[in-house]
Ligand binder design. Structure first.
Ligand code: ZN
Length: 302
């Protein structure tokens, strides 16, 4: 991901931090503004629920956007008077929100403050940790808003219906769709075809999702023992490409129309699940206006 997409000569980094932390479940107490107090950026409240009592933990969020120069956040130059700033805002913890890394001096200082009991805790969101979160489910809108260029290549997963649909391996349960961020050509979809009782008709008996290798071999063996047939398969990495996705849908429609194929209920359900789940990757994120329109349309019959 390219953090220089966020302009450094504006408030965009603070706005990004605000939206990012809100998505993580924090309540943002002070809006991003650049007053005379340059030390204060945001205050983020975290509700901590215990067994006997609950309380609100207040984080002083310091936003530093040095991606352009790539330099680390330095203790004396960039984060002076941490303790004074924390006390002024009655903050419990210090949260660094950085587009680069903290210097080792800053790390040592924060560690000493915590072990000395001066602050209750500290946490650094550096560019790596932020990126890791952005690639998870739920951050696609923030990713598209603040990183329009990166999001085109990353293609974040976004919810199209009320809940996220994974493509779980039918053997080990691993989410093969989510794994497409980290690895290519490791998951597949396979179809088990057998002759139908009715002559001239091929029955799509079962469709399965599996990790390539061990999990797939286990299912291949199972279906071979059961039906004495080998399975046709396709890489999920290939199907996640728009043209291949469309070709797959067209092939399925043609099969259904031809009258030469018959899907069992379970295979047909799997087919629909595959198309819905992959759409979360292949389709683009909806605009705000489209979301509003869809909210209206779903109340009408199709
Ligand atoms: Zn598996």
């Amino acid at each position: 991901m390219d953090f220089t997409e966020i302009r450094y000569d504006s408030d965009d980094w603070e706005l990004f931090a605000r939206d990012f932390l809100s998505e993580l479940g924090f309540t943002i107490e002070s809006p991003p503004d650049r007053g005379p107090d340059q030390g204060k950026d945001l205050l983020a409240l975290e509700s901590v629920v215990g067994k006997l009592h609950s309380y609100t933990f207040r984080w002083l969020v310091s936003c530093k956007h040095f991606a352009q120069s790539g330099k680390a956040v330095n203790e004396s130059k960039d984060e002076p008077n941490i303790l004074e700033r924390m006390r002024a805002f009655r903050a419990d913890g210090f949260l660094g929100f950085y587009s680069t890394l903290p210097s080792s001096g800053l790390n040592t200082r924060l560690c000493a403050l915590r072990s000395g009991g001066d602050i209750r805790d500290y946490q650094i969101f550096d560019h790596r940790l932020i990126e890791e979160h952005l690639l998870r489910l739920g951050f696609s809108r923030i990713l598209c808003r603040y990183f329009p260029k990166s999001s085109k290549t990353i293609r974040p997963l976004h919810k199209l219906i009320s809940e996220y649909l994974p493509i779980a391996c039918d053997v080990c349960g691993k989410d093969l769709l989510e794994a497409l961020y980290r690895e290519n050509y490791k998951g597949l979809v396979a179809q088990v075809h057998i002759p139908d009782e009715q002559p001239g008709i091929e029955r799509v008996e079962e469709i399965y999702f599996a990790c390539k290798g061990k999990c797939d071999k286990q299912l291949q063996k199972l279906y071979w023992q059961k039906y004495k047939t080998s399975c046709g398969w396709k890489d999920l990495s290939d199907l996640a490409m728009p043209t291949e996705f469309l070709r797959w849908i067209m092939a399925t429609l043609n099969r259904l129309r031809s009258g030469e194929y018959r899907y069992t209920d379970s295979a047909f359900d799997k087919e629909k699940h595959l198309i819905l789940a992959l759409s979360q990757k292949v389709f683009r994120e909806m605009t705000e206006r489209e979301r509003e329109r869809v909210a209206l349309l779903v109340s009408l019959p199709f």
